[in-house]
Each structure stands twice: as structure tokens, then as C-alpha cells.
Design a protein. Structure first.
Length: 554
């Protein structure tokens, strides 16, 4: 499928017949062409890179022919690599095939990226290149392809051998206790591929996951991924590709398989677990939120192809990076503070874009490049909010694209609080007007972006806590129980709030607030008890019988 422009069929055939780099190839503008053989490459336009872009102004020049030598090195290498493949007559490079600085063309093409990448024959990834002049090819270190073997004495290793099977002869015993072992670097794939410069870009995650085949041109070796396998050039790299003890690499591959095969395989030797699409989405968001997006308005657009696949799988409505199914627990994403070991101080790496691109209740409202969002769905839970309506307005007819406005109408039990700063750059909060609960400090706090909301900390700015869900789980013989709450601040309008964080309460650390009692005829906590003063808190409608406030979250 070719959505906007492609190298004309047959042009690569000319290149196949010659190694000369003074050839030219035309750009064909054809919105009707479908199901052609594609190779897609991933360019990088860093500060040191000089890119060649397609614009409305140079459309005529592109149609006449682009000298291959005039392209950045990565593009040149991609063209000649494509020309070396049989039955491949097209190459698709986004900056050459989407009109640059043309918002309308960009919106149209970004809406069909799931088809562009999904119907690609092969994705060429300049994984090791910092920019579009970095090229695909490197001088390989062939010594890394060689197997390294050592003899290991396994005497004393538990379950490594049966003592009764050992010979009585001391010499024979020593010989039998020696095992020939192969030395492998289990982090090789993660370092060469997952942490490669190109894979730190937000747009590339979608390209990598949707393409049926990816060829990674890494610094030391070439790697590949497809629907059922992946590996590097070295024979051992293939064996340990998905068995990394570090976990990072195996989780990444789980996402890839989950998208391509609609399941996630843990690649554990012991068992195989199939995850739900929403768990798959949570894994995608955790990975994607660590990547860099050059233009903040692209944050949701760069995931739109993946979102479309999840929507088709779940038949579930999309809400600015979240899903209507199990919507309440998806509101409970949070930013884990970073800890600096040297000065033992916590920091929050989140920043916010200058303009509106997502509602405050969506993880897409903040940027945490390199750190990421903690996002998960919650099982074994009891809800304390009720969502009445969700409204999302998009700038185009692409429901997975740019958001102009979003709002939740919901019912819950608001509790007024005050935020305070604590040592080591942490935060806490106290309840207000809740009698004996007011003196208890709650310290398990995750603010979305403290720099944005400094006026809420150690001030008289009104802040509210909204209990959302209780989570109960067992770890070994221990029973873990938490009450998860949103931290909100009033927006410009009465009864309209913005999210500023999330907090967790536990019976051990928050004994007074989490004291068990019956609330509305069911098991609950002291913090949920209805007081007459609750009617004075901001609300659109207040239900005196249940103590629930109707409010809006934007």
C-alpha cells in the first residue's frame, strides 16, 4: 500500500543493474496505489543531521528525479539495499513521501500509518545512526560472531549432578565435574537494538511493532525481527535473544508478539501467558512514554496505528490514550519519582507542553522522556466512582489522533486536602474538615508534574482527593490492600477539576483513614464516611443519601 508517494516501480530495477550512485529516481504522487511491495526506512533528523524533505515547492523536482547522491547517507544506503532485493520495486521514506510542513497532508497520512507499516514488506531500521547521515552499514567486528567456550567446574552447584553417579576415581571425578560452557552477553540485544538511538524516538515504536519484518542495522551486527522470531548474526545471539535475565528485552519482544499475533508470550521456559489487549496497551504505554517526541502534538498521533488495532480487537471506545473498558482503573497511571543515589534526593522528570494536546486525566498530558509512565490495569478491585459520561472532541475525523477537548462527567466522594512538601523532595497531604482524620499525614504521593503545580504545595490553594478504587492482592502469605485516589485541583469553572496526581493509602501507613467500617451497607473505610459538611464541597449535583458529588474532570 502506498498512501501518498513512492519511488516509481521499475526505478529500483534500474539501480539493480548498476552500482553507480549517480542514478536518479522520481517520486510518484499516487493516492490510489494500493498493495504494492514496500520497504519503509526510519530516518532520524537530529541536530547534527541534514535531512532531505519532500515539500509542495519541490514536488516538480522530485517528480523529474532525485539524484541518489543528493540524499542523506542513510537514504542512499536504503535505496541501494532495496535495489538488491528481488521483486522489490518501491521504497517508502516518510520525509520523502509525506509533504513536509503541510499539516493537512500530515494529518491524512498519519491516520493510515497502521496500513503503511502493516502492509510493508520489510522495515529497514538505521538502529545505530544518530541522524540521517549516519548510514546503515558499519564495519563489523567478526570476532563477536565467534563462540567463546570455557570449562566450568560445577562441583558444589545444587542440582547440577547426582553424587551417586560420580566415579570413585578422583581423576575421573574431576574430569566429569568439568562442563563445557558458552559465554554469552544476555544484554546484547537490549543494548544493540532496544536501546539503539533510533529506538529512543516515539514514532519508531509504532513502525517497529506494526511492520511484519524489521531489519536492524546495529553498531556491531545486523538483527532482525518478524512475527515469530528474531535474532542477531551470531549463532548464540539467536539462542539467547528472548531469554534475557534483565527482563527489558523480553518485555519488548512481548509487545511485538502481542501486536503481531494478538497475544503476549513471556518466553518463559516454564509457562506461556496470554495477556488481554488492555494489558498489551499498558505495556505499550509504559514503553512509549519513555521515548522522545520532537513535536508534542504528535504524542497521540504517533500511537494512532497501534490504537486502531487495539480498538478493532476490543471493539472498545478510545479516550485520548485510554479505553472505555475498565476506564476507572486506567485513570490511575502515575509517574514514579526518580531517586538520585548520590544525594539521596527524589526528583520528578515530568514536563508539560506549552499547548493543550490531551486532557489532564490522560498520561499523554505530560512528557516523561527517558523515565516513562507507570500504567496498569487493576484486578480484584472495588470501585468508589461512577463514570456517567465521557466526551472527546478531535481536530479531525481520526478518533485516534489530535484531541481538542475531552471531559469526564463522574460521581465520587470528594475530600478536601492540603498538599505539603516533605524531606528529600517528596510530598504528602492532610485531610481537611474530617475530624480526627485531619492530623494523619499521608505520604504515598505521586504528583504528575510538581513544577506545574507549585502553587498547590504548602499554600492555601484548594486541593481534593477522590477515592477511586480499592485494590486487594496477595503476595506470598501477605495480604496487600490499597485505596487508590486521584489528587485534583479546581479548574476555572466550579465543579470542574484537573488531575495533578495520584495517591495510595494502606491500612498500615494510613490507619485512621483506612479504618474499616460499613459505608452505604458495604465494607469501606473511614475516609469514605459521609459527613454533613461534604455538601459544601464543589459539585454539580450532590446526592445527600450516598454522599456522592457529581463533578467534571478535564
Amino acid at each position: 500500500m502506498c498512501s501518498s508517494a513512492a519511488v516509481a516501480e521499475g526505478v529500483l530495477e534500474q539501480l539493480k543493474a548498476s552500482n553507480a550512485r549517480n542514478k536518479t529516481f522520481p517520486l510518484v504522487y499516487d493516492r490510489t496505489a494500493v498493495k504494492v511491495h514496500l520497504i519503509e526506512t526510519e530516518p532520524w533528523f537530529g541536530t547534527k543531521g541534514k535531512g532531505a524533505g519532500y515539500s509542495g515547492g519541490n514536488k516538480h523536482d522530485f517528480a523529474l528525479g532525485i539524484p541518489v547522491n543528493d540524499l542523506p547517507k542513510t537514504f542512499q544506503d536504503a535505496v541501494y539495499f532495496a535495489a538488491s532485493l528481488e521483486e522489490v520495486g518501491y521504497i517508502w521514506i516518510d520525509s520523502l513521501c509525506i509533504i513536509q510542513h503541510d499539516t493537512q497532508d500530515w494529518l491524512q497520512q498519519s491516520a493510515v500509518m497502521d496500513r503503511v507499516y502493516g502492509e510493508t514488506f520489510l522495515n529497514l531500521s538505521a538502529t545505530a545512526s544518530l541522524n540521517s547521515n549516519g548510514g546503515l552499514f558499519r564495519n563489523g567486528d567478526f570476532e563477536q560472531l565467534e563462540e567463546t567456550e570455557i570449562s566450568l567446574n560445577i562441583e558444589g552447584l545444587p542440582q547440577a549432578y547426582e553424587k551417586k553417579d560420580l566415579p570413585t576415581c578422583l581423576l575421573e571425578r574431576k574430569r566429569q565435574l568439568l562442563r563445557c560452557c558458552m559465554v554469552v552477553d544476555v544484554s546484547f540485544w537490549a543494548n544493540e537494538v532496544d536501546k539503539g538511538p533510533v529506538n529512543t524516538r516515539g514514532w519508531v515504536l509504532q513502525e517497529r511493532l506494526l511492520s511484519p519484518r524489521v531489519l536492524h542495522f546495529c553498531w556491531h551486527q545486523i538483527g532482525w525481527e518478524c512475527s515469530c522470531s528474531g535474532g542477531m548474526e551470531g549463532p548464540i545471539a539467536n539462542e539467547i535473544h528472548h531469554k534475557s535475565s534483565a527482563g527489558h528485552q523480553s518485555r519488548y519482544h512481548s509487545i511485538i508478539e502481542g501486536i503481531r499475533q494478538k497475544t503476549i508470550d513471556t518466553h518463559s521456559d516454564a509457562n506461556t501467558i496470554t495477556y488481554s489487549p488492555l494489558n498489551l496497551w499498558a505495556a505499550i504505554v509504559r514503553t512509549y512514554s519513555k521515548t522522545a517526541i520532537s513535536h508534542p502534538q504528535d504524542k497521540l498521533v504517533a500511537l494512532s496505528g497501534l490504537a486502531r488495532i487495539i480498538a478493532e480487537e476490543t471493539k472498545c471506545g478510545y479516550v485520548a490514550g485510554l479505553w472505555r473498558t475498565d476506564f476507572e482503573s486506567q485513570l490511575l497511571w502515575f509517574v514514579e519519582p526518580a531517586f538520585n543515589q548520590s544525594d539521596r534526593i527524589f526528583s520528578n522528570p515530568a514536563t508539560i507542553p506549552d499547548n493543550y494536546y490531551a486532557p489532564s486525566f490522560s498520561w499523554a498530558a505530560i512528557d516523561v522522556t527517558g523515565h516513562g509512565i507507570t500504567y496498569t490495569t487493576i484486578a480484584n478491585r472495588s470501585l468508589f466512582i461512577r463514570v456517567e459520561d465521557i466526551a472527546v472532541e478531535t481536530l479531525t475525523n481520526n478518533e485516534f489522533g489530535l484531541v481538542s477537548e475531552a471531559r469526564i462527567m463522574m460521581w465520587g466522594k470528594l475530600r478536601e486536602a492540603r498538599l505539603v512538601s516533605r524531606p528529600s523532595n517528596r510530598f504528602g497531604w492532610y485531610l481537611m474538615d474530617r475530624d480526627d482524620l485531619d492530623a494523619e499525614l499521608h505520604t504515598n504521593v505521586y504528583l504528575d508534574c510538581p513544577q506545574r503545580d507549585l502553587d498547590c504545595i504548602d499554600t492555601h490553594t484548594r486541593v481534593f482527593v477522590l477515592p477511586v478504587v480499592s485494590e486487594v492482592g496477595n503476595v506470598g502469605t501477605s495480604r496487600n490492600e490499597y485505596l487508590l485516589c486521584l489528587i485534583l485541583r479546581l479548574d476555572r469553572k466550579d465543579a470542574t477539576f484537573r488531575r495533578i496526581g495520584m495517591t495510595k493509602l494502606s491500612p498500615h501507613a494510613d490507619r485512621k483513614a483506612m479504618k474499616s467500617l460499613l459505608v452505604d451497607g458495604r465494607a469501606g473505610y473511614k475516609i469514605l464516611e459521609v459527613l454533613s459538611s461534604d455538601a459544601m464541597l464543589p459539585h454539580d449535583v450532590y446526592d445527600r443519601k450516598t454522599g456522592m458529588h457529581r463533578l467534571f474532570l478535564v
